[in-house]
Structures are given as structure tokens and as C-alpha cells.
Design a protein around this ligand. Structure first.
Ligand code: AVJ
Length: 324
């Protein structure tokens, strides 16, 4: 059927939108931090695909297992609708859902949203082969940009889904703001399907983010390469090292790049020079681990009522279907 792409983020728009302001802000504050969305240039998206295959990284396969068990039920409950996926990446797990929606009478439209143009285009191409009757419209841009765009387009029925526990990248405050925007993009009766990683022992969590093959380390360091090409930077990847720790009090994984030697870094197109002290760290990601009761309350607060919750036998991962 139909395949179209909309690149929300064009160069002109980027200039107007102060692209990179968040980078300047993160690097000039103490302690330093960077937004996790900068992981996902094409190389970063590839590395993330490799992470999903790691023996230590349980979330992807656990969520895929839950989706496989319940995709038909989800499609039954919602019926035909516009399927919007935020952070679709390779859309691998999504296939369980698309398989299920293919079995129901009316045809659906799939709208994958991703910041990484390379992975979005290659995955849409592959999906097109397998799901010939599905209409696909890829959106290249951030969640916020895509939701703002979709808010202005009214459809009979819509389900937004956000898998892989990517919601864990948000602080509690950012999470509420994000859920508010989700609720705004849905009409009464529409659906939101959310995948969340659940709290579990520290050793399992830390192993998942410090894998023995060093793929997560490469993924973390790749953010600096991304900033180098995007903003004409001169980060030396040899001067930083990866670490992930589980902060029990905050129930979140924290990923850091620790600086090994004092030095200056410049990002030319952003017009900034940043000094790094030996031993200083950049927080590149938080990955919050949830409990089902709390997240349900947060959803409810934004008018998203839980219809159904599924998990795996270990209760390591949860999938929540909500209705607006
Ligand atoms: C894509 C944000 C869900 O937090 O587990 C994986 C990213 N970082 N390994 C996660 C990630 C390091 C992942 N999310």
C-alpha cells in the first residue's frame, strides 16, 4: 500500500528551534548530563539493536514474549485503529502486534516515529514486504514533534504505543509532562499501550547495563561521536569510560561516561568550549524501574485508565493497556 515519510526535523527548522540547546545546557551545568536521545544516530540505533540481543539484556526478549502472548487480545480489545509507535527503531517486536491487527477485518495504518532516519527507512522497507496491505507513514523526529503533529490530525480511533520501557528515560517530572502530551493526542476512547521495566535485584539490572561484550559501553561512547559529527565536536572517545550503576534509592539505572584525563572539548557549531576534570562524569541516561501500582496512578492522573496489565512469569517486565 502506501508508504510516506515526513521528516519533521529539517535543517531550517533545527536552526529556528535552537537545535543543540539541550546539549549546551547539559554540558555547562554541574554535574554534567546529556539527553539520551543523542544515543540514536544511525550507528547508535544499530548498537541498540545489538544490545537487544545480549544475553544479559532481558527487557527486549521479555517484552517480546508478553507481546506474543497477548497481541491478539490487544487487537480484539481496541479493534482497528491508527497505530502510532513512538521510538519504533527496527519495529521488530511490533511485528507481533501487526500480525494480530492483520487478522481483524478493517485495515490499519501504522505510523512509526523515530529520530534515526536510517533505521526508520530500512525497517519500513522490510515491513512493506511482509505487510503488503498495511499503509505506513514514517515520522522522522522527536516524540514531542510527532505528538504535536498528530494532535492536529483527528482519526476515528488511535492507539499510541511506547514499548521497551523507553519511558524510563524520563525523570518523574518529564514523565508526567510526556503523559499529559499523550493524553492530549488521544480522544476519549483511544488507547495507550506502555511497556515498563519493573524493579528487580541490583545484580540483574547492573549486568544488563554493563554487558560482558562491551556493547553497552560502545553504545554509551557513541553518543560522543554523534555529537562530534553533528556539532563539529572534538570529543576523544579514548578519554572517557562507561559505567552503569543501579541507584536503589531512586530505583533507576544511571549510565555515566567518566572522564579519564582533564581536558577541553569544543563543539564548534554550538560555539561552546567545555572543560572536563579528571574523574568528572557525564550522566547520559537514567532508566527508571517501575512498580505497577505507582505507574498506574501516574497514568490515571493524566486521564489514562488501565484496562489490562500483562507481565511475564518472573514479573520482570510489564505491559499496560490504557484507555483515554
Ligand atoms: C531504550 C531507553 C529502553 O533504558 O534499557 C539499553 C536504553 N541503555 N542499554 C534502556 C539502553 C543501555 C534502553 N531504552
Amino acid at each position: 500500500m502506501l508508504t510516506t515519510y515526513l521528516k519533521i526535523l529539517n535543517d531550517h527548522y533545527q536552526a529556528l528551534n535552537n537545535e543543540g540547546k539541550d546539549v549546551i545546557q547539559g554540558l555547562t551545568q554541574t554535574p554534567k548530563s546529556l539527553p539520551p536521545k543523542y544515543f540514536y544516530d544511525d550507528r547508535g540505533s544499530e548498537l541498540f539493536e545489538q544490545i537487544c540481543e545480549l544475553p544479559e539484556y532481558y527487557p527486549t526478549r521479555t517484552e517480546a514474549w508478553i507481546l506474543r502472548q497477548h497481541a491478539d487480545e490487544i487487537a480484539q480489545i481496541t479493534g482497528a485503529c491508527e497505530l502510532v509507535e513512538l521510538g519504533s527503531g527496527s519495529s521488530t517486536k511490533t511485528r507481533f502486534l501487526l500480525d494480530a491487527y492483520q487478522k481483524i477485518p478493517r485495515s490499519c495504518k501504522y505510523i512509526p516515529v523515530d529520530v534515526s532516519e536510517g533505521i526508520l527507512k530500512s525497517s519500513v522497507l522490510q515491513l512493506q514486504q511482509k505487510y503488503a496491505q498495511l499503509s505506513i507513514e514514517g515520522l522522522i523526529g522527536t516524540y514531542e514533534q510527532a505528538l504535536a503533529k498528530l494532535e492536529s490530525i483527528s482519526v476515528p480511533s488511535r492507539m499510541i504505543f511506547f514499548l521497551g520501557s523507553s519511558i524510563g528515560n524520563f525523570t518523574a517530572q518529564e514523565c508526567n509532562r510526556f503523559l499529559r502530551q499523550i493524553a492530549r493526542t488521544l480522544k476519549t476512547g483511544d488507547y495507550f499501550l506502555l511497556g515498563i521495566d519493573l524493579q528487580k535485584p541490583k545484580d540483574i539490572l547492573e549486568a544488563a547495563y554493563n554487558d560482558s561484550q562491551g556493547v553497552t559501553a560502545a553504545f554509551n561512547l557513541n553518543m560522543l561521536s554523534h555529537l562530534n559529527w553533528r556539532f563539529q565536536g572534538n570529543f576523544d572517545l579514548n578519554l572517557f569510560t562507561h559505567e552503569a550503576i543501579y541507584n536503589q534509592a531512586q530505583t533507576q539505572i544511571e549510565m555515566y561516561l567518566h572522564c579519564l584525563e582533564s581536558h577541553w572539548v569544543s563543539l564548534e557549531t554550538l560555539n561552546v568550549n567545555v572543560f572536563f576534570e579528571v574523574g568528572e562524569s557525564i550522566l547520559t541516561e537514567i532508566s527508571r524501574k517501575f512498580d505497577l501500582v505507582t505507574i498506574q496512578k501516574e497514568l490515571e492522573l493524566q486521564g489514562l485508565k488501565t484496562l489490562k496489565i500483562w507481565t511475564d512469569p518472573n514479573q520482570w517486565f510489564g505491559l499496560i493497556l490504557c484507555q483515554a
